[in-house]
Design a protein around this ligand. Structure first.
Ligand code: ARG
Length: 256
């Protein structure tokens, strides 16, 4: 009888240890609640998240940043899941992902739904038009025009405020730019660093920026409201990365 009890106990301990969410100590001795950090992103947003041309693997500033933060926060594995931008916050809610990093701007509306880490990048919005367009010189000239944007983004919101404009929404910023190229839209409103990168990578063959960029947009990493501990851990890791220069190294790699 005693033997059976011992066996049963051992079995229960095994099941317990394998259970999700159990506390464990990783190789660096840090204690984590979970060994794996599941990250959601919308991966066509270069230079923040995009597939590397050669390997097909996801790369970019956000991807390298969250991998480094995950490691510093004690996770053994960082898994990246690609999904639509507008699916990220719902995925945090359902627990399908632990964090979302996707060049996501910290907005009041989003703050009602998720916790953001401290800002990790200062961005802004920019407008591009076709190179041969001389009539649109800034935001004021967009009234009544057709504007291509990415679904659920701050660019889409800005376009929606322009009087009489027709807003065409696309799943990615890249496809919005394609619509401009094909003549289906007069302009694209999207994030400044993303459009700058797009122009530099060959987009300037048919597109050009107009007007003054709208600055002062801050990117944060989103976590579920119920998981405040994770947000704190990421903030601590981000502060440490800034202090010891790893953040700056990463910034220079992608934005110099
Ligand atoms: N910064 C903008 C926003 O938060 C656009 C982000 C789009 N990100 C992406 N990975 N597609 O709405």
């Amino acid at each position: 009888m005693k033997k059976v009890m011992v066996l049963l106990c051992a079995l229960m301990m095994l099941i317990g240890a394998a259970g999700c969410g159990s506390t464990s100590t990783n190789s660096t001795g840090k204690t984590t609640d979970k060994k794996e950090l599941v990250v959601g992103t919308e991966p066509s947003f270069a230079p923040f998240e995009f597939p590397d041309k050669q390997s097909g693997e996801l790369t970019g500033f956000d991807i390298e940043l969250i991998r480094a933060l995950g490691k510093r926060a004690g996770y053994e594995k960082v898994t990246i899941k690609g999904m639509g931008f507008d699916a990220l916050i719902p995925a945090l809610d359902t627990g399908n992902i632990d964090v979302a990093i996707a060049g996501m701007s910290i907005t009041d509306a989003r703050k009602q739904k998720v916790n953001f880490t401290d800002p990790y990048y200062e961005s802004g919005l920019m407008t591009i038009v076709r190179k041969d367009n001389d009539s649109i010189k800034g935001l004021d000239d967009l009234k009544g025009k057709t504007i291509a944007v990415q679904l659920g983004t701050t660019g889409a919101e800005a376009a929606g405020k322009i009087q009489g404009a027709t807003v065409k929404t696309f799943d990615t910023s890249d496809t919005a730019c394609l619509e401009l190229k094909n003549g289906g839209a007069d302009a694209v409103i999207s994030d400044l660093p993303v459009l700058q990168y797009f122009l530099k990578q060959g987009g300037n063959a048919y597109a050009k920026p107009v007007g003054e960029p709208k600055k002062g947009d801050l990117y944060g990493i989103a976590t579920a409201r119920k998981n405040k501990g994770l947000c704190d851990k990421l903030n601590k890791a981000l502060q440490d990365m800034k202090k010891d220069g790893e953040y700056q190294k990463l910034y220079d790699k992608w934005f110099q």
